[in-house]
Design a protein around this ligand. Sequence first.
Ligand code: DGL
Length: 275
Amino acid sequence: MDTFSPIGIFDSGFGGLTVLREIERLLPMYDYLYLGDNARAPYGNRSFETIHAYTLEAVEWLFRRGCHLIILACNTASAKALRTLQQNNLPRIAPDRRVLGVLRPVTERIGTMTLSGHIGILGTVGTVESRSYVIEIEKYFPKVVVTQEACPMWVPLVENGEADGKGADYFVRQHVERLCNADPLIDAVVLGCTHYPLLERKIRRFLDRRIAVVSQGAIVAESLERYFSRHPDIERRCSRGGERMFYTSEKARIFEGPAALFYGREIRCREMRFS
Ligand code: DGL
C-alpha cells in the first residue's frame, strides 16, 4: 500500500468543501485530498459526455496521487458520471479502487424522513435532468413520490457571495414555491447540490415549517463510516495521518477566498493542471 493514501474528495469547484467539512468532523483521523475543478466549473449545465470526461480525468489524477477511495462530492458528477465510471472505467483503470457518490447515502434513507411519502429535490439542471435521484429513490422506496426543481441561478448566487443578500430572495422563493406548488404534499426537501447548504436559511424562510430540509453532508459522512465497517479492506488502505491537502485547477488565489465560505475556515491550496 502507498504510505500516503488520502481519501480523495472531488467537486467541480468549492461546493464539495461542505461535504468534506462534515466527513472530517466524523472521521478526522484520515488524510484527505480535495480537488476542485474550478477552471471548468460549473458542471451544472454541461452535457453528460463532458461531465463524464472531466470527472474521469479528475479521478485518474486522484488515483495517481495515491487515493484508493474517492468521493464524488458533487451531485452533478455523481448523477451523471458515477455509474459509467463504476461500470465502464474502473474495471479497466483501477479494479481494486473505489469511487463513491453523494446521491445514494441520501436516497437510501429518504423514505424514513417523510410521513406523507412525498419529497422534493432541489438541484442543478444536470442533476434534475439526469433523473438520478428519482431512479435511485424508486429502488429503495418505490411508493415515495418525488418532485424535482432545477435552480440554475443558485450556484452563481452563492459563488458570487450573494447567498445572504436581498437579491437572492427572489430566486430562492421562486424555486421553493414552484416545487411546493407542484406537489403540496411534500414534507421533506433534499438540498441536492453542494452549494445549497449556504442558502439553507433562506430556503427555510420560504418553506412551510412542517417541511424538513435534508442536507447531505452529515448523511454522506455517516454513510462513509458504515461503508468502512462493511469494507475493512478499503478502510485499511486509507492512511490515517490527519492531513488535509487542497488542489484546484484554477489559480490558488481564486479558490482560497470563497473556499472559506464553504469550509468554515481559511485554507491554503495548490494549483494543478490536467495533462
Ligand atoms: N457541485 C455541483 C453540484 O453539487 C454544483 C456546482 C456546479 O454546477 O458545478 O451539483
